[in-house]
Design a protein around this ligand. Structure first.
Ligand code: NCD
Ligand code: ZN
Length: 475
């Protein structure tokens, strides 16, 4: 019997379909928002439209666990429309937005404002709620109202949100462990950094490398160590944001070996940039954590290859040109845009033989999908999954040009970089949001909260005895 009695909407022909395991010549049939068949042309159902993708590779759209779309609070830096448009142009079909907006995403009112702003998203999205001393009592309310996960700013950064106390962090993990919810941690030690920075400022340092001196790798080591201990004790799932240092990798390896459910992202800037570039670019490359000495680059690649680091995220952190180019390093806002450039930059590394295309799919899509409870619906081109597809031209070459960015933040440390390989079209749940490198403006607002399809695996909370947790006296 024909499994598709009426014509399906679309069949994509002629492409190579890529997963984390293999690359195969296959057609992809799509009906509505879903993929309904992948296989030989002869096995494809009848369709209303055919899209010839000869010469292109179809990758599951990238899932970026770390973006700052700035809305509400800083629309001069970015809005959901401009940020998600940049994602669409970068082959990114799902983003997770960070809570250091204004107001921060730690109350129901602030969350409602963010969800309203996200109605303008081109791409699907998750919302990281804020885990801090002031929010820890209503994490469940935030989850019920639409957040997918939480973020703890253990290290201070843009927005100046106070680091959660260790007590609040433990309490948050105790609450989230039985729910299986994962918490992203900005893993740097705030108190060390505040002290160092004050000393550097007092000594008159205003140069680019003073930023690194204020945030030595030991800050990352200490924070990862502390967080993995609390995660192990509670059984809570954690995710280390923007891993930057070679010296803290052993802690991740150990935590994973101890059975801690810890996932880790790094970003292109930590793999490919270092202090040499920081000295040339100054504030443009100021970011938290800082890019470090060149000795850190290669171990981060090795950690990706061995699975110690799970994925690539961008930490897309847009600011205006003026905010990035002040003379004094301490006055330059931290972070820079990345959601639009990640795929071409990483595909260029693939073209150089530093990683395979299947590795790239594992890091950019499969592993983030698994970490956030989306795998099967997202992260794969297979029957039953959302039709979230990056149509990639591996032969496309060019130079990164910040003035042409979709993001509002037209200043990037990647300016002028030669790239080899880029997404040409991007599809989100069956609908094109970019075609021939141009945003499809009619698709604004097509993005949807992933909350409805998120399914975190069965949790394994630990140390749940009343004697360990209960505040009220039990008989
Ligand atoms: C980010 C920002 O600007 O919001 N800045 C940064 O340097 N990475 C915040 C963050 O992720 O730390
Ligand atoms: Zn951060």
């Amino acid at each position: 019997m024909n499994p598709h009695p009426h014509p399906v909407d679309l069949v994509i022909t002629g492409a190579q379909v890529v997963s984390h395991e293999r690359i195969v010549s296959a057609c992809v049939a799509i009906h509505g928002e879903h993929i309904v068949a992948v296989g030989d042309l002869a096995a494809m159902p009848e369709s209303t439209h055919v899209f010839d993708a000869t010469g292109l590779h179809l990758l599951p759209g990238a899932i970026d666990s770390h973006v700052h779309f700035r809305d509400p609070g800083y629309p001069h830096k970015e809005t959901w429309q401009t940020g998600s448009g940049a994602a669409a142009k970068g082959g990114v079909t799902t983003v997770f937005d960070m809570p250091n907006t204004n107001p921060p995403t730690g109350t129901l009112d602030a969350l409602a404002m963010k969800l309203k702003a996200a109605e303008h998203s081109y791409v699907d999205f998750g919302i990281h709620g804020l885990l801090g001393d002031d929010t820890v009592d209503h994490l469940e309310d935030l989850l019920n109202a639409g957040v997918s996960s939480f973020k703890a700013f253990v290290g201070n950064t843009f927005g100046n949100l106070p680091a959660p106390s260790d007590g609040a962090l433990l309490e948050g993990f105790e609450k989230l462990a039985p729910l299986g919810i994962r918490t992203v941690v900005h893993a740097e030690n705030s108190s060390i950094m505040a002290r160092r920075q004050a000393q550097l400022v007092a000594a008159g340092r205003t140069d680019a490398l003073a930023h690194l001196a204020a945030r030595p790798a030991v800050c990352e080591i200490e924070a990862i160590s502390r967080v993995s201990i609390l995660a192990q004790w509670t059984g809570a799932r954690v995710h280390i944001a923007h891993h930057s240092a070679a010296d803290s990798l052993y802690l991740i390896e150990e935590a994973k070996a101890r059975g801690v459910d810890i996932t880790v992202e790094t970003c292109p800037q930590y793999l490919l940039l270092n202090t040499e570039r920081m000295m040339e670019l100054g504030g443009v490359l100021r970011v938290n954590p800082p890019v470090r000495e060149s000795r850190h680059n290669e171990p981060l690649w090795q950690a990706l290859k061995s699975g110690v680091i799970d994925m690539i995220a961008t930490d897309h952190a847009p600011h205006s040109i003026e905010e990035k180019t002040r003379a004094n390093i301490w006055e330059c806002d931290c972070g820079f845009p990345g959601v639009e450039t990640q795929m071409p930059i990483m595909l260029t590394e693939v073209s150089r033989g530093r990683a395979s295309l299947t590795d790239y799919v594992l890091w950019s899509s499969v592993n983030p999908a698994k970490a956030w409870g989306l795998y099967g619906v997202k992260g794969v081109i297979a029957s039953g999954a959302h039709a979230d597809i990056a149509f990639v031209d591996l032969n496309k070459t060019g130079l990164i040009e910040q003035s042409l960015f979709q993001t509002r933040s037209k200043i990037s440390p990647w300016q002028g970089r030669a790239v080899h390989g880029a997404p040409l079209h991007t599809m989100v749940r069956g609908r094109f949001v970019m075609q021939h490198s141009k945003l499809i403006e009619d698709s604004v607002g097509w993005g949807r909260n992933i909350k409805g399809v998120q399914a975190m695996p069965t949790p394994h909370p630990r140390n749940t005895e009343h004697t360990s947790r209960s505040i009220v006296k039990t008989p």
